[in-house]
Write a protein that binds this ligand. Structure first.
Ligand code: NAD
Ligand code: UGA
Length: 469
């Protein structure tokens, strides 16, 4: 393992606990922008750390390999000796997972904070010098209070300052987002110690982020803003998806509606792309967490309002399946369906909460045979679908995957799917051939002319026989 011995030449020592989708890229960016700081990332998962130290990183993220190549072994280190690293570092980011609780009180809604709490206890047990502990994970508002109470239980032996610095990067564009963020948010206690710690973190980001984009706030506002930002983004997706259902009933076109609505500068055009529903590890979990918090504080109407965002997302996925079933003559049994794209969005191999998981399960439940294709997510797809029964196979090459299929369901907006030779694909498929474009990315008119029956989301269907039925 790489040594951290030459520490004297470094001006600051930064540790991150949790080497996942957030910990890895964010620390790689700090290491790149602050060559005079030494940045160490630790994790309990030894395989993951080995992978960060290898030629094949544990996550696919455009531009990440290059940054890791430039910094790893110089001022960026991936290690498993967590306790030692806590002793050696005074600035500690906590970037562990905060999934939805699956047990006990709040199951299905509240955040499972056991990993965060274990980290706080580990920091307390191994600290002999003052530390700044930074919440990088997405956490329910008031978590910092619990962190402080655990850290202070050492009876003032060591001084701790807790900051909140939520991460707003999106997967697939993480490097771009980290390099040029819309904003960096830093929350602290408004005490002299809190303000001093906050200033120290501002100085780190100010190495490459315009100071006008570095927002400081009280610690609770910072924690809550992260949940609210995700809830607002997801709400836009659910809003446009709900309207896509109405478009399908009225021959309006959701892309035209989104453009007309989004060009109003008060509304804005981003996050108005209708599709099969949002996925990813955070939107659902963070909204449900917000719902839980609202109910906890007795705000039932507010909770119901935000829960409806998740309900529309579930409705959109189910609607997609019901449409496939209906258009394919109400039976999928024995039919072969190619799922094109399994990642929850393009440019990532991440399949967490991907709509493709639910849709594939539903196709298998209808006794269809499913072939999954994806340029980056097949390994994760196989893991997530491992316990599934039914006829399921994996094929990276889309031309092989579609052979003998009755239908294609496009579930991820990989740009390569726009460029495919759909004439060749049509020839390889069973007839009548169907395309259900869950991301509205292919040329629908062209595919219709080739002979496909084309069903986009929120747009008129292009069917060769429907008008005659
Ligand atoms: P992840 O599951 O990819 O990574 C978390 C890592 O923490 C895992 O590797 C796990 O082994 C490690 N870990 C857990 N307990 C540990 C412990 N006690 N000591 C050391 N390591 C430990 O999760 P992620 O996607 O990186 O998300 C982390 C947090 O950031 C979550 O709160 C998430 O909501 C938030 N977030 C995620 C994204 C994203 O795009 N994935 C973006 C913004 C914020
Ligand atoms: C999202 C937020 O965008 C980040 O700011 C946040 O940091 C992150 O969650 C997090 O906290 O984890 P991410 O989930 O990686 O990032 O990806 P998004 O680009 O937000 O997409 C989420 C889902 O919404 C995807 O399934 C995507 O396909 C879908 N989506 C997005 C749409 O269906 N339509 C849109 O217009 C936009």
């Amino acid at each position: 393992m790489a040594s951290t011995k030459p520490q004297k030449k470094f001006r600051k020592k930064i540790l991150c606990i949790g080497a996942g989708y957030v910990g890895g890229p964010t620390m790689a960016m700090i290491a790149l922008k602050c060559p005079d700081y030494i940045v160490t990332v630790v994790d309990i998962n030894e395989d993951k750390i080995n992978s960060w130290n290898s030629g094949k990183l544990p996550i696919f993220e455009p531009g990440l390999d290059e940054i890791v190549r430039k910094t790893r072994g110089k001022n960026l280190f991936f290690r498993t000796d967590i306790e030692q690293q806590i002793r050696d570092n005074d600035i500690i980011f906590v970037s562990v997972n905060t999934p939805t609780k699956t047990f006990g009180s709040g199951a299905g809604y509240a955040a499972d904070l056991q990993f965060v709490e274990k980290t706080a206890r580990l920091i307390l047990e191994n600290s002999t010098s003052p530390k700044i502990v930074i919440e990088k994970s997405t956490l329910p508002v008031k978590t910092a209070l619990a962190m402080e109470r655990i850290l202070m239980s050492g009876k003032g032996r060591v001084k701790f300052e807790v900051l909140s610095n939520p991460e707003f990067m999106a997967e697939g564009s993480a490097i771009k987002d980290l390099e040029n963020p819309d904003r960096v948010l830093i929350g602290s206690r408004e005490t002299a110690g809190g303000i001093a710690a906050r200033r120290l973190l501002v100085d780190i980001y100010a190495r490459w982020v315009d100071t006008g984009k570095i927002i400081t706030s009280n610690i609770w506002s910072s924690e809550l803003s992260k949940l609210v930002a995700n809830a607002f983004l997801a709400q836009r997706v659910s809003s446009i998806n709900s309207i896509s259902a109405l478009c399908e009933k009225t021959d309006a076109d959701i892309s035209e509606v989104a453009k007309a609505v989004g060009t109003d500068s008060r509304i804005g055009g981003k996050f108005l792309v209708a599709g099969v529903g949002f996925g990813g590890s955070c939107f659902r979990k963070d909204i449900l967490n917000l719902v839980y918090l609202c109910r906890f504080y007795g705000l039932q109407e507010v909770a119901d309002y935000w829960e409806s965002v998740v309900k529309i997302n579930e409705y959109q996925q189910e609607r997609f399946i019901i449409n496939i079933l209906g258009k394919m003559f109400n039976t999928l049994a024995g039919k072969k369906i190619c799922v094109l794209g399994f990642a929850f969005k393009a440019n990532t191999g991440d399949t967490r909460e991907s709509p493709a998981i639910y849709i594939t399960h539903r196709l298998l439940a209808e006794c269809a045979e499913v072939v999954i294709s994806d340029p980056k997510a097949l390994e994760n797809a196989a893991i997530v679908m491992a316990d599934t029964t039914g006829k399921l196979s994996y094929e990276e090459n889309p031309y092989e995957a579609v052979k003998g299929c009755h239908a294609i369901a496009i579930l991820t907006e990989w740009s390569l799917y726009k460029e495919l030779d759909y004439k060749k694909i049509f020839r390889a498929m069973a007839k009548p051939a169907f395309i259900f474009d869950g991301r509205n990315i292919i040329d629908h008119e062209k595919c219709y002319k080739i002979g496909f029956n084309v069903y986009p989301v929120g747009k008129p269907a292009l069917s060769h026989f429907e008008s005659r039925v």
